[in-house]
Write a protein that binds this ligand. Structure first.
Ligand SMILES: Nc1ncnc2c1ncn2[C@@H]1O[C@H](COP(=O)(O)OP(=O)(O)OP(=O)(O)O)[C@@H](O)[C@H]1O
Ligand SMILES: [Mg+2]
Length: 261
């Protein structure tokens, strides 16, 4: 059986769209017939909530067990429509802070435990917390591909250098095969000259890094996440159609890259 590909959206800042993109990637890969393991490594549990609308027992398949204690099997989730693919979840909750606090948990543990947990899957999507800490490093060590989503704002862009340094360190010390797919602009306001300038500056500074597609700020995207479905599903107004097409285009590009390599 081929080893699954592992992907993460990473940036050490909150609210950039990591969990929104992780969720849509899991949905889209399932639509493409893939077996997906969704691993929520953030104590806020946004990825888990985006995928599962109802309350569920957080002890069923806690992602903490990918780091310490008895390892659990992921829980299958029911999708909002029929597909050939599947999604199963290791859910995130506040107990994940133990990973950061316990020096006995090695940063490579996630990679080792995922091998077993993801056996039979085609794709693992890892959703990290918004800090340059141990869980983000563990995810970079376990991953094959990383995409850096960002909202065009100085505070977001300023942190990208530190993130790139961390990625380089991880490549040198632990994971030479990690591939950076690129930077994905999210929540872009097309009427803002300010957003345009930030994107132009980034393009000039790192010409090969900025992905050619971007996702605009659209309320239908947050609405879809709040009702645990992809934005391209459900009744469609004009702006939702545009949002769905945009998200699919960006994520199809990313999944094409993942499954081509
Ligand atoms: N393009 C977009 N248009 C409108 N809303 C968006 C868009 N992208 C994300 N959002 C919304 O913005 C909020 C933050 O997004 P998300 O949870 O994905 O960020 P995050 O990077 O995972 O944050 P954190 O680091 O805190 O986990 C969510 O409510 C999400 O639905
Ligand atoms: Mg998140």
């Amino acid at each position: 059986m081929a080893k699954p590909k592992a992907l993460l959206f990473a940036i050490q800042k909150g609210g950039q769209g990591k969990s929104m993109l992780s969720t849509h990637t899991a949905f889209l890969a399932a639509e493409r017939g893939k077996k997906v393991l969704a691993a929520d490594l953030d104590g806020q549990g946004t990825f888990s909530r985006n995928l599962v609308p109802d309350e569920f027992d957080r002890d069923t398949a806690p992602s903490l067990s990918l780091f310490t204690g008895t390892q659990r099997a992921p829980m299958p989730i029911s999708l909002p429509y029929r597909t050939d693919g599947t999604i199963s979840l290791m859910s995130g909750d506040r107990r994940l802070v133990q990973v950061d606090e316990n020096p006995k948990i090695a940063v490579e543990t996630l990679r080792t435990r995922l091998d077993k947990c993801a056996a039979g899957a085609d794709l693992v999507v890892l959703d990290p917390p918004p800090t340059l800490g141990k869980r983000l490093r563990a995810a970079l060590i376990a991953a094959d591909f990383v995409v850096m989503p960002f909202v065009p704002a100085r505070e977001s862009v300023d942190g990208l250098g530190d993130l790139m340094d961390t990625i380089e360190e991880v490549k040198q010390e632990y994971n030479p095969n990690l591939k950076v797919i690129g930077l994905l602009a999210n929540m872009v306001n097309s009427r803002s000259g300010f957003d345009r300038r930030i994107l132009d500056d980034l393009q000039a500074a790192a010409p090969d890094m900025l992905l050619p597609m971007m996702i605009h700020d659209r309320t239908s995207i947050s609405g879809a996440m709040a009702s645990s479905r992809p934005v391209w599903q459900g009744s469609q107004g004009e702006s939702q159609k545009k949002a769905g097409a945009e998200v699919r285009q960006a994520l199809n590009h990313i999944l094409d890259t993942v499954f081509k390599n």
